[in-house]
Unconditional design. Structure first.
Length: 157
């Protein structure tokens, strides 16, 4: 396989990133019955790509975008030991390229940038039922922290 390159995203990548975001949404629908039908935008992509507090990257093969991800610097909760946390989001790899180290290459670059920024910890969100994603993140060194739970309420009465 041609080598994977990872580079900083630009505004010219927004169409590909929008497609990747919908790929994430489509992959997550089976795990979240609360998601609206149709196209969903989790993030303001243009703001993320242009923010100095975000490192948004594109993975490419032969100049073709095949995946992406971002690291955003957030203020940590006041009760934890570190001041800042790196939130990883929109981690996506085109299905034809999965299992080839693309996500790993993206993670290496995002972790590198967070270290340079002196970020004390990385966090991300993943649906517990998404076993392949959980396994990939555990392989990268992440561990479960807290399970968020929900309860739908019937407000019709």
């Amino acid at each position: 396989m041609t080598p994977i390159t990872v580079r900083r995203a630009t505004s010219a990548d927004l169409d590909a990133i929008l497609r990747f975001q919908q790929g994430v949404v489509d992959a997550e629908r089976p795990y979240d019955s609360t998601l609206k039908d149709g196209a969903i935008r989790y993030y303001d992509l243009e703001q993320l790509v242009n923010s100095e507090q975000v490192h948004f990257v594109i993975a490419e093969v032969d100049g073709v975008a095949i995946g992406c991800g971002f690291a955003r610097i957030d203020t940590a909760k006041p009760y934890v030991k570190h001041d800042r946390v790196g939130y990883l989001g929109l981690m996506y790899v085109e299905p034809a390229y999965r299992g080839r180290g693309v996500n790993s290459a993206v993670m290496v670059e995002l972790k590198r940038w967070c270290r340079v920024q002196r970020v004390g910890e990385l966090r991300l969100e993943v649906y517990p039922g998404n076993a392949s994603a959980v396994k990939a993140y555990e392989k990268a060194g992440f561990m479960p922290q807290m399970l968020e739970m929900r309860m739908p309420l019937d407000c019709s009465d």
